[in-house]
Design a binder for this molecule. Structure first.
Ligand SMILES: *Cc1c(COP(=O)(O)O)cnc(C)c1O
Length: 373
């Protein structure tokens, strides 16, 4: 029996993540490498991805929230980890006690981390997140000097250590990012002038790390690329860098029927067959993270060829018009995976649904079983 896989599953190739990190470390050449495993490792499983990334040479892990960092600790992962997006009521006690480095975006957070350090009797690690253009999280320029001076005071008192300073870029244009980096350099100089000695200086996520060597400093914060996906939204670009997509989403054909020309398909009858044809039912839908926006546009691999979705993607299922391809109930269907193997890619699905590959893999959830190979 060939391996046709499960009813609906995301197969995650952890060896691909390890080799991707190894390839990226070599290519980027920075002293430090933060593997970003937020949002459950972009849908791949945070704990498993963290282990695979560390095996490939990542020396730090990055997550959005303290809860995500603590989940890694609870799983026995004791590598350095930084978390940078916080609940306004976050006490930071558990994070400081667990040795999680705290990304600081407000002066109030800096005070809260110091208070936590005193309570749990452990020196806290902080990393300043500077807003240099994105206007999202991060300390605004006007607060930098005050924050650095306060951090110096708290360092002298023994409450904390400034382990890093970082910013996040827009990837709008190269010039926009250069402007942000110029401002970041001012911030870095200000921090040093205030007496801080951050070991980690980082600005680049996947896109800037790959296209802008100036943004690498001594550390990069890479998410997307370690999962084998290209920030350019061209799967071939990832392949050219030696990266391999780690996630394959697949299922098994749940129903097959031969229908005459003119047969309407799925909700709202947005598709009608243009000839006598075979319809195959795929048991994944938006309840599993498959975008409804890919209705009539997304493609899947069945029976050795790529076929298009016919009609609306529903909550649990969608239909594929496979023409005269010989397809049977129980056959394997691959929604996306490694394009080098002939499968549609996360980039293809992103294009079909008007989004980006980051979202395609991260939203795979719900009833989909995650299987590791
Ligand atoms: C998500 C995130 C990253 C990783 O971004 P990729 O584009 O997936 O590499 C890096 N830094 C910050 C602050 C992030 O929020």
């Amino acid at each position: 029996m060939p391996d046709v896989g499960g009813f609906r599953e995301a197969v995650v190739d952890l060896a691909a993540i390890t080799t991707n990190v190894r390839a990226l470390r070599e290519l980027l050449g920075t002293e430090h490498f933060i593997a970003v495993v937020k949002a459950n490792g972009y849908g791949h499983g945070a704990v498993q991805v963290a282990g695979a990334a560390l095996a490939g040479g990542a020396d730090w892990l990055g997550v959005a929230t303290v809860d995500e960092a603590l989940e890694l600790r609870e799983a026995g992962i004791d590598a350095p980890v930084v978390a940078w997006l916080h609940d306004p009521d976050e006490s930071f006690d558990a994070a400081v006690a667990a040795g999680v480095s705290i990304g600081v975006s407000t002066i109030q957070q800096l005070r809260a981390v110091a208070a936590a350090a005193w309570r749990v009797a452990r020196q806290a690690s902080v990393q300043f997140k500077l807003d240099t253009g994105l206007s999202r999280n991060g300390l605004p320029r006007a607060d930098w000097d005050e924050a650095f001076a306060l951090a110096d005071e708290l360092e002298r008192a023994g409450a904390l250590h400034t382990a890093g300073i970082f910013t996040h870029l827009s990837n709008a244009t190269l010039q926009d990012d250069v402007d942000c980096l110029d401002l970041f350099d001012d911030g870095l100089a200000g921090a040093r002038a205030a007496g801080l000695t951050p070991e980690l200086v980082h600005a680049a996520a996947s896109a800037a790390a790959l296209r802008q060597p100036d943004a690498r400093y001594n550390c990069v914060r890479v998410g997307l690329a370690l999962y084998g996906l290209a920030p350019s939204q061209r799967a071939a670009d990832a392949r050219a860098l030696g990266l391999r997509p780690a996630m394959t989403v697949r299922g098994r054909v749940a129903h097959v029927k031969r229908v005459p020309v003119g047969t309407p398909v799925s909700y709202d009858y947005t598709y009608r067959t243009e000839r006598d044809t075979t319809l195959a039912l795929v048991p994944l839908g938006y309840g599993d993270g498959i975008p409804r926006a890919a209705s009539n546009r997304g493609t899947v691999w069945i029976g050795g060829a790529v076929h298009r979705i016919a009609g609306r993607v529903a909550m649990d299922q969608f239909v594929v018009d496979v023409g005269d391809t010989d397809v049977a109930i129980g056959d394997q269907v691959v929604l996306f995976g490694d394009g080098a193997e002939g499968y549609p890619t996360a980039e293809d699905w992103a294009e079909a649904s008007g989004t980006i590959n980051w979202e395609i893999v991260t939203r795979v959830a719900g009833r989909t079983t995650r299987r590791y190979v």
